[in-house]
Design a protein around this ligand. Structure first.
Ligand SMILES: NC(=O)c1ccc[n+]([C@@H]2O[C@H](COP(=O)([O-])OP(=O)(O)OC[C@H]3O[C@@H](n4cnc5c(N)ncnc54)[C@H](O)[C@@H]3O)[C@@H](O)[C@H]2O)c1
Length: 272
């Protein structure tokens, strides 16, 4: 169902790799709600993924950009304003990658070059994106910037590895930059803390099947899907949430406030 929530709004969507990506679903929903946008991803992901199909479906152009490269981001922002015909109203940062996770390196045996690369891609890139937008004065007043995160920033999930620190860093950047963006440009900045979701990035985490089944049983409403995340995101891009900023917002079926659920307890109760 469409509510025309984003009619006339222009944006940039980072991170749509394939149809499972949270950014992919968000792009589809933004399109349905009347928003126009540029799609962007790392050049290698554009070659390997299916982003062309999404661009065709949504009538969007693709601009390759490595989110760790200030030059790429500068060009991306300039070209996006040209293509879309004005300043930007919404940005989705949907980017995450840990080489330690990908290569099965244990948390207690980090390769720090990989740790640094993962931090640059997963967290510092968010600062770089916002600094580029801020310096170019590229955001319209009452615009909205959203990044995606996970609750391992607050609680221990051992196999989430160094991504836990990356998400904590990302959430802090949202607050710190959100202050300046709010004060100077009336732009809001938030993170959405999403349930485990079967995507390329998500499924790369060791023991992901157990992870997702556990949180499904723990959450009174069950896990939030990628489409649930897309729907939440469009509300944050819309004018209905104008004074929501500096927040880390849980889209997790209630998981984050649970201690234990009957469904989980059942696995431990002695039925003799
Ligand atoms: N899937 C989950 O369980 C889950 C849960 C909570 C939060 N998240 C977060 O959601 C976001 C989107 O991930 P997803 O689950 O849709 O997986 P995904 O693999 O579909 O998306 C990750 C994206 O990051 C992009 N990326 C990696 N390096 C990049 C770079 N240098 N420059 C630009 N883009 C780069 C990839 O190309 C890919 O499109 C990530 O921040 C992820 O941490 C995912």
């Amino acid at each position: 169902m469409s509510y025309n929530l984003l009619k006339g709004k222009r944006g940039i969507i980072f991170g749509a790799l394939d149809e499972n990506s949270i950014a992919w679903k968000t792009a589809l929903r933004v399109h349905e709600e009347g928003g126009t946008f540029v799609l962007t991803n790392a050049p290698v992901s554009i070659r390997m993924g299916q982003i062309d199909e999404l661009a065709e479906k949504t009538g969007s152009q693709i601009i390759p950009a490595d989110a760790t490269s200030e030059d790429d981001l500068k060009k991306l922002v300039e070209q996006s304003m040209e293509i879309l015909g004005g300043k930007i109203d919404f940005v989705l940062h949907s980017i995450g990658m840990s080489i330690n996770v990908r290569k099965g390196k244990h948390y207690t045996d980090q390769n720090y070059a990989w740790t640094q690369k993962g931090t640059d891609v997963s967290a510092m890139s968010f600062h770089k994106v916002m600094q580029t937008l801020y310096k170019a004065d590229a955001m319209n007043e009452w615009g909205s910037i959203v990044a995606l995160t996970y609750m391992a920033a607050q609680r221990v999930f051992p196999d989430y590895n160094d991504m836990a620190e990356n998400k904590a860093y990302l959430e802090s950047i949202a607050r710190s930059f959100g202050y300046f963006f709010g004060r100077d440009k009336k732009v809001r900045v938030n993170t959405i803390s999403q349930s485990p979701t079967p995507t390329t990035a998500g499924s790369g985490v060791k023991g992901f099947d157990g992870f997702i089944a556990y949180s499904e049983k723990m959450s009174p409403l069950g896990n939030a899907t990628a489409m649930d995340c897309a729907n939440y995101t469009i509300t944050l891009f819309s004018d209905l949430t104008k004074r929501v900023t500096l927040q880390n917002l849980y889209n997790d079926g209630g998981f984050s406030n649970m201690g234990v659920s009957e469904g989980v307890l059942e696995a431990f109760v002695d039925n003799q």
